[in-house]
Design a protein around this ligand. Structure first.
Ligand SMILES: Cc1ncc(COP(=O)(O)O)c(C=O)c1O
Length: 381
C-alpha cells in the first residue's frame, strides 16, 4: 500500500506553542490605533494600559478585589516577581511535572535557597494534589506546556488554606477555567492562548497575596523590577497601568486587539470551547491507533492547549531522531511549523491548540502526521 500525501492542507500551518498563531484574519493594520511615539505615562498611554487591565478582568472573570498588573519580562518575569516577593514567610511546596515547573523549583531551592518540599511527576503524569499541604505556600504550573499535562480542576485546593497558591498559568489562561478562589497568584504572558506578543507578563494577586506583600519583608534583596511595595504598602499604580518600566505600546495595542476579538467571540466560554474542539480533533484522530499516543497518561489531565504526542511503533529505531525527522518533514511540506516536542521533553510532537487555532486546521494536519510517520518508517528501511 502506497503512502500518499493527503489532499487538504491546514490553511494556517502555525502550531507553535509560543509565540502562538495570531488571531484569525490578523493584519498589522489592526494596530493603527497604537499611540506610537507617545509616553506610556501620558493620558493616552495610561488609558490603553488601563483598558488592557479592564478587558483582562472582563474576559477572564477575575474577581473585583484581585489586582491585575502588567509587568516586565513576560511570564517568567511575573512568576519570579511573585516568588522573590512573597516566599520565605512560611514553608513552601514546589510542584513540577515538566520543564517550566522544574525551572521554578531551581529558582526557589538553588537561588532563594529555601528548604522547600519538592514534588515531581514524570512527563505525562501529574503530581498528586491530595498529598499537598496547602497550609504551606504552594507553587505550580496549571498547564505543563512541555508535557501536555494539566490540572483538571482546583478541587483539591482548599478554599480556607493558610498558605498562598502561586500558579503559572501561561498556557492555561483564556483556555481553561481557573478557580479564582483557589488561586492567590496567577501569571501569564500575551503570546500564548490569545496569540499576542512576547515581552510582557501579567501578574494577578488575590487580597491574601497583597496582605503577604504588605506584611512580609523578604530576606534577600529585590531589584527594582520586582518591587511591588513602598514603605510596606502596595504600589497600587502598578495595578492601574502605571507600569514599573516602559512597556511596548505596540504590544499593548496588539493585546487589546486580541482581547476584543475574544469578547466578540463570546468571551471565555467561547475561547475554552475553541481549545477543547482543537484538542478533541487530535484525540479523535489518534484514538485506536497503535503508532501514536497522547503523552498525558490520564485523559482527565490531557492539555487542551499544548497537546503532546509520542510515537509508539516498536519498529522505530531511534525515537528522538525519528520524531525530529517527522517534525522536519511536516515543516518542509508547510503543513505544521514548530510542531516538534520541547527540547527537554520526551521525543514526539507538540501541537498547539490554543484559541487562535482553527479546528479545521488541526483536523487537516492529522492525516499529514500519519503520512509523515509512514514516510519516516519507510525511510528507516
Ligand atoms: C508553563 C510556562 N511557564 C513559563 C514560560 C516562559 O514564558 P515567557 O517566555 O513568557 O517568560 C513558558 C513558555 O513557554 C511556559 O510554557
Amino acid at each position: 500500500m502506497g503512502n500518499t500525501a493527503p489532499a487538504a492542507r491546514p490553511v494556517n500551518p502555525r502550531f507553535s506553542s509560543g509565540p502562538c498563531a495570531k488571531i484569525p484574519g490578523y493584519s498589522l493594520d489592526m494596530l493603527a490605533d497604537a499611540p506610537l511615539g507617545r509616553s506610556h505615562r501620558a493620558a493616552v498611554g495610561k488609558a490603553k494600559l488601563a483598558e488592557a487591565i479592564d478587558l483582562t478582568r472582563q474576559v477572564l472573570g477575575v474577581p473585583e478585589d484581585y489586582r491585575i498588573g502588567i509587568v516586565p519580562a513576560s511570564d517568567t518575569g511575573a512568576v519570579e516577581m511573585a516568588l522573590w516577593s512573597l516566599l520565605g514567610a512560611r514553608p513552601v511546596e514546589m510542584l513540577a511535572w515538566e520543564s517550566f515547573g522544574e525551572g521554578w523549583v531551581t529558582d526557589v531551592v538553588k537561588q532563594l535557597k529555601l528548604d522547600a518540599t519538592v514534588r515531581k511527576a514524570d512527563y505525562g503524569k501529574i503530581v498528586d494534589f491530595a498529598e499537598v499541604d496547602f497550609d504551606r505556600d504552594v507553587v505550580f504550573t496549571w498547564n505543563g506546556t512541555t508535557s501536555g499535562v494539566r490540572l483538571p480542576n482546583g478541587d483539591a485546593i482548599p478554599a480556607d488554606r493558610a498558605g498562598l497558591t502561586i500558579c503559572d498559568a501561561t498556557s492555561a489562561a483564556y483556555a481553561m477555567d481557573l478557580p479564582w478562589d483557589k488561586l492567590d497568584v496567577v501569571t501569564f504572558s500575551w503570546q500564548k492562548v490569545l496569540g499576542g506578543e512576547g515581552g510582557h507578563g501579567v501578574l494577578i494577586l488575590s487580597p491574601r497575596a497583597v496582605e503577604r506583600l504588605e506584611s512580609h519583608v523578604p530576606a534577600w534583596p529585590l531589584p527594582k523590577i520586582f518591587r511591588m511595595t513602598k514603605g510596606g504598602k502596595l504600589i497600587e499604580g502598578i495595578f492601574k497601568g502605571e507600569t514599573i518600566n516602559t512597556p511596548s505600546m505596540l504590544c499593548v495595542e496588539d493585546y487589546l486587539v486580541s482581547l476584543k476579538w475574544a469578547q466578540n467571540l463570546g468571551g471565555l466560554s467561547a475561547l475554552i470551547g475553541r481549545c477543547d474542539a482543537n484538542a478533541a480533533a487530535i484525540r479523535d484522530f489518534i484514538a485506536g491507533k497503535d503508532w501514536i499516543a497522547d503523552l498525558a497518561e490520564d485523559p482527565a489531565t490531557g492539555s487542551t492547549t499544548s497537546v503532546c504526542l509520542k510515537f509508539t511503533d516498536p519498529a522505530i529505531r531511534d525515537g528522538a531522531a525519528f520524531a525530529k525527522a517527522v517534525a522536519k518533514r511536516l515543516e518542509r511540506e508547510g503543513v505544521a511549523l514548530d510542531a516538534g516536542s520541547y527540547r527537554d521533553a520526551p521525543p514526539g510532537l507538540r501541537i498547539w491548540c490554543g484559541a487562535t487555532i482553527e479546528a479545521a486546521d488541526v483536523a487537516a494536519l492529522m492525516p499529514w502526521v500519519e503520512w509523515a510517520y509512514r514516510a519516516e518508517i519507510e525511510a528507516q528501511g
